[in-house]
Design a protein around this ligand. Structure first.
Ligand code: SF4
Length: 430
């Protein structure tokens, strides 16, 4: 019987039970295979005359490294690394979010045709004021928020306070990541950004002039400018050994299926750390018209693109989301494998106008509106009753199978928390 495994050196290692092994009697008890049983007591023994030991079957050959360590875990969650807060929550304490996703503005200088932000209400010129943001960062430090992503809603670089806020957060020990279309990125602040950010991720879902115009609704010249900025940032990062991760995110829709391989090549050429390819999230009202069946046409290219990953450049499709394709219709329509959303206190979401909600898909829904950081300090909001009343409303009344958008941001941690809250019997038999 052969068991073939990969190895660290990519040499194939074969573990097998050789036919010449000593065997033991087994009192007439015949196995279904009819095979003899290996005498395990002889394994590894040197013979009396000092001859070479009998060949050892099933010997441990060391770690195979077939499952490589995931560098970023882009397609999953990291709540298991914050068990202190999970424990506090289980004990009924009013915890601070570990992470917050927030918009800094409610408008954008691009017009991507897949933008979920549009369904959450864009408003030209609307943004969170600089002094409010600086106070917010202070509050996050006091509360023990561990990271903030300036992700979602409007474009963060349209808020002039962005750079100072990032630097202040870094001083307070809060990790910051931003997702940007990059067009307005101030290259004079490149060093500040690369020194202070954990990651910067560019929203780029097209690899050429025409497709850029079609997908992002932006002029062709802007494509060259963006590529120039990304390359410039990579150069500065390398020259100065900055740790900031530079990535690209492609939002996959049928209109850009033909761009997958081209973008994989472009990412390598630009020298970014990763390309993440993400299925397009639709709203609970399916306003973006996503049909999961369409993704079947691109699976081959996604696999092929991932194969171009190499040291220092990772290409990763978010299979957990894409694989919804293989689910039954009920799951494709939004039914979930848990019944209650417990994730919102761990992962907060704030709109680009400063309004605090338990989650992004509920932006604009008055029932779930908690407060506005322009009017109340975030510290007091999180400590206040209204905040916890709304989270309880989610637990008690939201039907995650019907009221929620498919695969929302908290989906990964919700599965984990559901298991935690609903243990099976005999848990000590680990
Ligand atoms: S499961 Fe529903 S309530 Fe919970 S975060 Fe997702 S969309 Fe919001």
């Amino acid at each position: 019987m052969k068991k073939v495994r990969g190895s660290k050196t990519n040499k194939r290692i074969i573990t097998r039970v050789p036919d010449e092994m000593s065997t033991v009697k087994h009192d007439g008890h015949v196995l279904r295979s009819g095979k003899k049983v290996v005498d395990r007591s002889q394994i590894g023994k040197t013979s009396a005359c000092g001859a070479k030991a009998e060949k050892k079957p099933n010997q441990f050959t060391g770690h195979t490294f077939k499952n490589e360590k995931e560098r970023f875990r882009l397609d999953g969650h990291k709540l298991i690394y914050h068990l202190d807060r999970v424990k506090d929550w289980l004990e009924g304490k009013r915890i601070a979010p570990i992470h917050i996703d927030m918009g800094l503005t409610k408008f954008c200088n691009m017009g991507c045709i897949y933008c979920i932000g549009v369904t959450q209400g864009m408003q030209r010129g609307e943004m969170i004021k600089g002094d409010v943001l600086l106070r917010f960062i202070d509050d996050c430090g006091r509360l023990g928020v561990r990271s903030i992503g300036f992700i979602g809603d409007g474009e963060p670089t349209l808020n002039p306070a962005l750079y100072d806020v990032v630097m202040k957060a870094k001083d307070l020990g809060i990790d910051i990541g931003i997702a940007t279309n990059g067009l307005l990125l101030d290259m004079d602040r490149a060093h500040d950004m690369l020194r202070s950010l954990t990651f910067i991720r560019f929203n780029l879902s097209a690899a050429g002039h025409e497709s850029f115009k079609k997908i992002h609704k932006c002029s062709i010249s802007k494509f060259d400018m963006l590529i120039g900025k990304i390359k410039g940032l990579v150069k500065i990062k390398r020259e100065n050994n900055y740790c900031c991760t530079i990535g690209i995110q492609m939002v996959l829709i049928p209109e850009n299926f033909d761009q997958v391989m081209k973008l994989a090549a472009l990412g390598a050429e630009m020298g970014v750390d990763y390309l993440q390819i993400k299925q397009c999230s639709d709203s609970e009202y399916k306003e973006l018209g996503i049909n999961h069946e369409d993704y079947k046409r691109v699976l081959g290219d996604l696999k092929k693109a991932e194969g171009f990953s190499r040291e220092g450049y990772m290409i990763k499709a978010k299979w957990n989301k894409i694989n919804i394709l293989n689910e039954t219709d009920i799951y494709r329509q939004g039914f979930r494998k848990y019944d209650i959303c417990y994730g919102t206190p761990f992962l907060g979401q704030i709109s680009g106008d400063g309004k605090v909600y338990p989650c992004g898909p509920f932006f604009g829904k008055e029932r779930f509106y908690i407060d506005n950081i322009h009017e109340e300090s975030y510290y007091d909001i999180v400590k206040g009753d209204r905040y916890w009343k709304v989270h309880q409303d989610i637990i008690d009344n939201v039907d995650v199978h019907y009221d929620c958008t498919v695969g929302c941001r908290q989906d990964y941690i919700n599965k984990f928390l559901w298991d935690l809250k609903n243990p099976p019997e005999h848990i000590n038999f680990v």
